[in-house]
Unconditional design. Structure first.
Length: 87
């Protein structure tokens, strides 16, 4: 388990390629000020996370997908729209 400096990290969606070789992992990070540092932690720990995933799914999958972390800004966008509507 990685330390994210008090940020809350949520996996909002995972899209796996048809051949199961790539998994795009969409993450939502709160508070938004910590998005940069948390994304950096995820990128730096990518190999370890993929290794852990490999241990968990070794008997189910022939290959362990490459993990690509993508920042999900849906909540920030919704909050922005809400602020505009309040004005």
């Amino acid at each position: 388990m990685a330390a994210f400096g008090g940020a809350m990290v949520t996996v909002s969606e995972v899209r796996v390629s048809p051949d199961l070789s790539v998994a795009k992992v969409f993450v939502s990070i709160f508070p938004s000020e910590k998005q940069g540092p948390v994304m950096q932690i995820l990128q730096e720990g990518n190999k370890a996370l993929r290794g852990e995933l490999g241990h968990l799914v070794a008997k189910q999958f022939r290959i362990v997908p490459e993990l690509i972390f993508i920042l999900d800004t849906t909540l920030d966008y919704a909050e922005h729209i809400e602020e505009l509507l309040k004005k």
